[in-house]
Design a protein around this ligand. Sequence first.
Ligand code: GLN
Length: 536
Amino acid sequence: MSSTKYIFVTGGVTSSLGKGIVSASLATLLQSRGYSVTIQKLDPYINIDPGTLNPYEHGECFVTDDGAETDLDLGHYERFLNRPTSQANNVTTGRIYQSVIDKERRGDFLGKTVQVIPHITDEIKNRIQILGKTGEFEIVITEIGGTVGDIEALPYIETVRQLKWELGDDCLVIHLTLVPFLAATGELKTKPTQHSVKSLQESGVQPDLLVCRSEHSLGEDIKRKLALFCNVKKEAVIESLDAETIYAVPILMRNQKLDEVVLKRLSLPIDDNLDLVNWRDFLYKLKYPKTSVNIGLVGKYIELHDSYKSIVESFIHAGASNECKVNIKWIHSENLNEESAEKNFRDLDGVLVAPGFGERGFDGKLETIKFARENNIPFLGICLGMQAAVIEFARNVLGWSDANSMEMDKETSHPVISLMAEQKKVEDMGGTMRLGACDCTLKEGSLIHSVYKRNAISERHRHRYEFNNEYLEKFEEAGLKASGINPDLGLVEIVELENHPWFVGVQFHPEYKSTVANPHPLFVKFIEAAIRYSQS
Ligand code: GLN
């Protein structure tokens, strides 16, 4: 391989067309042909990273092993490719400007006027090529956030123009657009795509492929028309129809030979070894489940399901692995109290209390946990959900009625969840939590040990507060055991309840590591317990 190939994915006409899924699907096809591929997302907003964004803005904040707080599309990249991403896979305008301004303050520009072109575009170029220069990847796919024509996307599109010129045949551009269907006339309309491609051309970028989202098949005539008006080959006009599941998109793209068109255009060999056996097996299990369970997902950002993206996808992976359809019942923790808990949980086979921050809806989480604990319903608490399980136990079993997390009540006489020592001096909110992969040692004989079947694991974290070890003995005497401990700091990372069929709280986020090829064991075993509960 002489050099890394770069593929850019831009979007036009409207947002939310699924650039992330198309990028991940193409990468999956190329990877299944033996190429090493990674995907990067460039986000045009000015925040340094999405870590400080409210989930209602852009959905979940995804966390990588190296502790980067990133766009949720990186979660899709990992779930499709079964390969970790890192900080280098997500860059925002804020980060680009920050490093250019830092260089200016250091005097690196030797008195030059610092401008969007070349300084900002050079910085974007560096960030795109960092992944290629690691030598790890034959193909880097870069997804440009936002829509062509947005003011904030201009420096990125300009960088694509420069790179296309510099890299020649080692680079190609895929433009994703919408071909709407007008019900009144019963027609598919190509004009929005034509305009969107024109606007890309005005910025000096000619797309090589068009991927067209549509509710109806485009047909040969529309493809020919789009090819003619947009200067692309007809075989390079790919339709992207609405799919039953995002995981079917690689197959839909394969049926139209997206991978072959791309490889041919990049002058890369196409052989017959395309291995999608496991992928198809997963899709089959997803489509034809043998059983089903109802899982309550309790959180406070329920209105926007994207806030819990990785959890939902982990349930899909774990469901398929158990040949079981997982029906998620979305439960807003703000609407829960003792009476409504009974009504809400009657037909559930398992409950997950989600991660979160702050007091809103916290009491509802405690009610949820009390109900699951007392009624032997399988329970999984993640991060704040684990902390809530500790607090519920302290209040209702140990009898410490004001037990709390210091996040919710600084004055509590039983701070069973307290601020970590390293957090006490922290003032900035951005990027200062305990973030990324940490080791955890599992106690032999525990439920969690039977889940992972290992003594040591590594999982990703995103929190400031932690189990207060001063109370550990009392909890363990009463039946809430610490079954996973961080070997370096002695922090309690996992709690589990004795005399309950399946009750686990984890301080880390298992949902960030579940992939199609490797469904996370915690979710797999949780669903297994829910199936058992539903049959009992
Ligand atoms: N708010 C809690 C903390 O900071 C939990 C965070 C989370 O659920 N991600 O410790």
